[in-house]
Write a protein that binds this ligand. Structure first.
Ligand code: FMN
Length: 204
């Protein structure tokens, strides 16, 4: 089968992308509006972007021709928190993804706990073992979508997910998104050391 984007609807091509760019980590993003009202929603078009400074990115599509609540709040306050999603949080983050009105606090709705952040106004999610406090670095228009780039100002990492001071993915138990309404856990974890190749000094 050959599929050219122009030959099918954008929605169908998005389904194809969602099914083949897998598995995707999920950022459960907490924000507040200028008045301090809390919002939370999951985003899986999400990735790390750079390490110096530490940057991450989230692609937010429009809804009904306008910005989703998360994007509107990020524009208002320039702050957000990425909460890592575990398998145990699956049902709650999916429920939070409903098109709830903007006066609904999705954390309260789904029974997750807001705790204060250290450097930004949006709260962290207590049930999430890792929270990344972010400040908006820039916003990049990508067609109809908006790519939000955040600088990580502080990471909160719960001790239970550490082994010898490093995050142990088998303890973290992250949830990942697949195509459609399917999700997965870690499955088999392979440990494969990279080859050590000697390079002459100054070779780049
Ligand atoms: C697991 C999961 C991942 C999602 N990823 C994205 C995404 O990357 N970008 C996006 O625009 N919407 C994504 N959505 C849909 C949003 O969560 C949904 O539109 C939500 O209502 C937005 O909430 P808000 O209006 O409070 O920002 C995802 C939904 C789920 C369940």
């Amino acid at each position: 089968m050959i599929v050219d984007p122009g030959a099918i609807s954008a929605v169908r091509f998005a389904h194809l992308m969602n099914s083949v760019i897998v598995p995707r980590p999920i950022a459960f993003v907490t924000t507040v509006n200028a008045g301090g009202r809390v919002n939370a929603a999951p985003f899986s078009w999400f990735c790390g972007l750079a390490t110096g400074p530490p940057l991450l990115g989230i692609s937010i599509s429009p809804r009904d021709g306008g910005p989703k609540d998360t994007l509107r709040n990020v524009r208002e306050t320039r702050e957000f928190v990425v909460n890592v999603v575990t398998e145990a949080m699956a049902a709650q983050i999916v429920k939070a993804s409903g098109d709830w009105p903007d006066d609904v606090d999705e954390l309260a709705l789904v029974g997750l706990t807001a705790v204060p952040s250290g450097l930004v106004r949006p709260p962290r999610v207590a049930e999430s073992p890792v929270n990344l406090e972010c400040r908006l670095d820039r916003e990049i228009a990508l067609g109809e979508s908006c790519f939000v780039v955040g600088e990580i100002l502080r990471a909160h990492v719960r001790d239970e997910v550490l082994t010898e001071g490093r995050v142990d993915v088998t303890k973290l138990k992250p949830l990942a998104r697949l195509g459609g309404e399917r999700y997965t856990g870690l499955g088999q974890v392979l440990g494969l050391p990279r080859p050590k190749v000697e390079r002459p000094p100054g070779s780049g």
